[in-house]
Design a protein around this ligand. Structure first.
Ligand code: GLU
Length: 472
């Protein structure tokens, strides 16, 4: 049975590269009806935090990634690592090293001169007695001749010269085990069949393979996923914008959109762009993962998010919009909002909103009258000659019993007929009066959503403003 794992180090946010690794593993497990295991690699106690663990779990849950086992925590498995390290020492495959930092420095300089590579020369391999007052590390007796060869499921055959590998440390002098060692002990004891991870770990794999062999474990299959690069083709970093998953949630992205976007960073199926999760589970394979790095394109993420916003269930979207109205401090008491009305707002605004945050800000005028009006719009549309039209419109609107978009349209029509003018003559002035801006959803719709009393109030206010303008 397929068993894969996602093994984040909780030293910061879950960034989108990590999330993509999690998604690939999750899809691989679901496609193969296998298990997806979550393991927190927290042995680096100085850099790991509880806060980061919480955040990583929250981000995974938000993305809809569930795990079948775990979260295991390496700090709870220290005894297993200790036992396995001691076993290696007993079997003569690892040894205590008592070299001091100064000595190590000198050794590295020496080997660099001789071989071009700074590394440990293995001198404690033959030491038989401890050294007083020095806490030893445990080093692995690495094979440094020949090559380590393995078949990567994405990159093909990898040949790695063993002279690049020195007797690396598996347990530090404070007793804590190192990454390459624990990852092997864990992957083996958790029966991981496929190690799918970023190719920044490719150089670790030969060391890990040597450890599998020394420990007598079965070697899993490896799949190293190419990195994600920014639009300028350098490694994706903060310079390119938000990199943490939860930052995208804050910006108003839907989890389905980010999930879809991340899958397509490196994986493809024909030239299809939009996939449901069910479809991805059916279609995902490692053969679909490309060999070259993926380029992060923020425009495409926005495009996808817009697609998901347009097709999302309206009730869910209304609830999310509510959260954003609160978060963005547009409405204080969101619980007072009529949810049926808010669903109509969503329908009116989703065509023009790429994120929930954008939607919240573009519908903000529904909750408070404009504090200022677009100055260009004022110059162009708040003209004295339209005052009679607006006054007539107020009268017609006041007469409406049922303030529906259809009736609002009829009221407009009456005004147009009376003065024999085109809608153009009053559309923008009214829009500006209601929203303070020159762009918005349909005119009748925004009046309807703003409500009768408030719409009339805003048009009257615009009339006053126009009247009080000085002639130029
Ligand atoms: N903890 C490692 C990381 O976050 C994972 C290494 C692995 O997948 O083997 O990079």
């Amino acid at each position: 049975m397929v068993r894969v794992r996602f093994a984040p180090s909780p030293t910061g946010h879950l960034h989108i590269g990590g999330a993509r690794t999690a998604i690939f593993n999750w899809l691989f497990a679901r496609h193969n009806k296998g298990k997806f295991i979550l393991r927190i690699e927290d042995t680096d106690r100085t850099r790991s935090t509880e806060e980061a663990i919480k955040e990583i779990l929250e981000a995974l849950i938000w993305l809809g990634i569930d795990w079948d086992e775990g979260p295991y925590r390496q700090t709870e498995r220290i005894e297993i690592y200790k036992r396995e390290a001691e076993r290696l020492v007993k079997e003569g495959k690892a040894y205590y090293c008592y070299c001091t930092p100064e000595e190590l420095q000198a050794i590295r300089e020496e080997t660099k001169k001789k071989t071009g590579i700074p590394k440990y020369d293995g001198r404690c391999r033959h030491r038989t007695t401890p050294r007083e007052g020095v806490k030893p590390v445990i080093r692995f007796k690495a094979q440094n001749e020949g090559e380590t060869v393995f078949k990567d499921l994405i990159k093909g055959e990898i040949r790695y010269p063993n002279n690049q590998i020195d007797d690396f440390i598996i347990v530090r002098s404070d007793g804590t085990p190192t990454y390459n060692f624990v990852v092997v002990v864990d992957d083996a004891s958790m029966n991981i069949t496929h190690v799918i991870r970023g190719d920044d770990h490719l150089n670790n794999t030969p060391k890990q393979i040597q450890l599998y062999q020394a420990l007598g474990y079965e070697i899993p299959k490896f799949a190293h996923v190419p990195m994600i690069l920014g639009p300028d083709r350098t490694k994706l970093s903060k310079r390119h914008g938000a990199t943490s998953v939860l930052a995208y949630r804050e910006e108003g992205f839907l989890p389905e959109a980010l999930f879809n976007f991340l899958v397509r960073l490196g994986w493809s199926y024909k030239d299809q762009e939009i996939f449901s999760k069910e479809e991805l589970i059916k279609l995902f394979s490692l053969e679909g993962v490309g060999k070259s790095p993926a380029i992060f394109n923020p425009e495409k993420l926005l495009w996808l998010n817009h697609h998901y916003i347009k097709t999302y269930p309206v009730d869910k979207l209304a609830n999310l919009l509510k959260e954003f109205l609160k978060k963005e401090k547009i409405v204080d008491d969101v619980e007072d909002i009529d949810i049926k009305w808010l669903q109509e707002v969503v329908v009116a605004f989703r065509e023009r909103s790429k994120t929930l945050k954008e939607m919240a800000h573009s519908c903000a005028f529904l909750f408070k009258p404009p504090e200022e009006y677009d100055p260009e719009g004022v110059k162009k549309f708040f003209k004295k000659e339209i005052v009679p039209y607006l006054e007539e419109l107020v009268k017609e609107l006041e007469n409406l019993e049922d303030f529906s978009p259809q009736n609002i349209e009829k009221a407009f029509r009456k005004v147009l007929d009376k003065f024999n003018i085109k809608l153009k003559a009053i559309a923008q002035p009214v829009r500006l009066a209601i929203t303070g801006k020159t762009v918005s959803p349909g005119l009748h719709e925004i009046l309807y959503l703003t409500g009768k009393k408030e719409s009339i109030k805003r048009i009257k206010r615009a009339i006053e403003i126009i009247k009080s303008q000085k002639e130029v």
